[in-house]
Design a protein around this ligand. Structure first.
Ligand code: FAD
Length: 453
């Protein structure tokens, strides 16, 4: 028999349970047809960095499956049944997609396939969303108890990498869609081997210090695995298994970050509307600024020209690397929502356009956490002070200087407050576009209004 393996966010061969299922369904004399479908509803709204990275991952995957990867464009509910008929497949295998769109799409594909089963094996998460619940079966709403139960739940052992898969070559493939040039954005190397390399290097060189350096954007102390995890070039279970014998605080802290990823996917699974709406119902009434002034401030934020060095450095890292350090993501998101009073959804959309790791669950819930609208929200009265955050987490100004060349010669003492430097703000760098103390007051007032309703 022939089995179709429909790749989505699982662009690897190692630790891939759906691949093992497809091979088994094909049997000793059958063949596996690997396919990727460019779905216009996902491809169209994806930012360019994600499109380019995905194409690069597919090029890598294509080489690993002996050139057998079949690429097609169109609605999967039409493309897959056509392909099933063309190759005479008896089953279609996938890793489950638990996001709101993916669930609907897969249900439509399942209906369109009729008697040919869509077999879901595994998911992009260490524990499939929906599986970790309180003892009464209801979902967790707060991270810490979720993380405890998640650890106790445990995860399956990594699946072995199959040595020989009978890939079916010779099935017609289409050219992938084109991606316009990326104007100097430096993307990470794509694919499964690049992901393993990144993990091996992080584990050997930076994991030990992770707990203490993960908050210092200037020190590059984190793994930079997010884009690989997003596209499934590596599975989190592989990483967790590799950490099994490590009992250090840093390994624990890294496991905790993977738990956040699973937690946000779990929240999205239970509350799919959280992709668009605040989880905290009271926050529907929150007043945000709109109109030309808000647009102008948004544009200054987006270009990295707010006059607050750590904010500008973060926004420029986003444009330069399609990535931002986690601490800085919190600072720039807080600045947009609490200093510029712009709706978090506008910022979240901008991130999704520019991040190579842009992910609906982690991004929207990360923004909701900052905006104080999420399940596990940062308390609304906690307003990040961009100057203090800069001084605390980038004390020597290394990160700011890397991304804001105008501030290269400002001494560390003033690098987060260049307006206080004896020589004044360097030419070409803006003065702060708003006064943080004043905007903090305005933000608190607005939060208090909605919370008292
Ligand atoms: P590491 O510190 O090495 O962490 C390892 C892995 O754990 C990450 O690759 C990621 O998969 C996961 N992880 C770490 N922190 C978080 C977190 N807070 N929430 C969920 N997962 C986490 N992450 C995304 O993958 N995609 C996004 O679109 C995204 N948007 C964000 C938006 C905002 C406003 C905020 C505050 C955070 C966002 N994050 C997002 C989470 C986090 O910033 C990134 O995962 C992290 O910076 C990636 O760098 P790293 O791989 O070096 O992380």
């Amino acid at each position: 028999p022939t089995a179709l393996l429909w790749f989505r966010r699982d662009l690897r061969l190692a630790d891939h349970p759906a691949l093992l299922d497809a091979r088994e369904a094909a049997g000793p004399d059958g063949a596996v047809v690997p396919v990727f479908v460019f779905d216009p509803r996902l491809w169209g709204p994806s930012g360019l960095p994600r499109r380019q990275f995905l194409l690069d991952c597919l090029a890598d995957l294509g080489a690993q499956v002996d050139g057998a990867l079949v690429m097609r464009s169109g609605d999967p509910a039409r493309v897959l049944p056509d392909l099933v008929r063309e190759v005479g497949a008896g089953s279609v295998h996938v890793s489950a997609d638990t996001g709101p769109y993916g669930r609907e799409r897969d249900a439509a594909v399942e209906r369109a396939l009729g008697d040919v089963p869509l077999v879901r094996t595994g998911s992009p998460y260490a524990v499939t969303p929906g599986r970790v619940t309180k003892s009464d079966g209801t979902p967790f709403r707060v991270f810490s108890p979720f993380a405890r139960a998640w650890r106790e739940h445990g995860w399956r052992d990594p699946a072995p990498r199959p040595d020989a898969v009978p890939w079916s070559t010779g099935v017609r493939s289409e050219d992938p869609p084109e991606v316009p040039g990326l104007d100097g954005v430096r993307l990470p190397p794509a694919g499964e081997a690049a992901a393993s390399d990144a993990w091996r290097r992080f584990r050997a060189e930076r994991l030990e210090g992770y707990k203490s350096t993960r908050n210092t954007p200037g020190s590059d102390g984190t793994s930079r695995l997010s884009a690989y995890l997003k596209y499934g070039c590596v599975h989190p279970r592989t990483l967790l298994a590799d950490l099994e014998d490590l009992d250090s605080d840093s390994a624990d802290s890294f496991r905790n970050e993977l738990a956040w990823r699973d937690f946000y996917a779990d929240v999205l699974w239970h509350r799919p509307e959280s992709a668009r709406e605040p989880l905290d119902e009271r926050m529907h009434a929150m007043a945000y600024d709109t109109g030309p002034d808000a647009d102008e401030r948004f544009a200054a934020w987006a270009r990295g020209r707010t006059g607050y060095p750590i904010v500008d450095a973060g926004m420029r890292q986003l444009l330069g690397e399609a990535y931002v350090h986690n601490r800085v993501r919190m600072i720039i998101a807080s600045f947009l929502v609490k200093d510029l009073h712009v709706d978090w959804r506008r910022g979240a959309r901008y991130f999704m356009q520019h991040l190579v790791d842009g992910d609906l669950a982690s991004n929207n819930h990360g923004w909701q956490w900052v905006a104080g609208t999420g399940t596990d929200a940062s308390p609304y009265y906690r307003v990040f002070n961009p100057t203090r955050q800069g001084r605390e987490f980038d004390p020597d100004g290394d990160y700011v200087r890397r991304w804001v060349p105008e501030l290269r010669d400002v001494p560390a003492r003033h690098v987060h407050e260049p307006w206080l430097a004896p020589d004044g703000v360097p030419d070409g760098y803006p003065l702060p576009i708003v006064d943080h103390a004043e905007e903090r007051r305005v933000a608190l007032e607005r939060y208090e209004q909605v919370r008292d309703r």
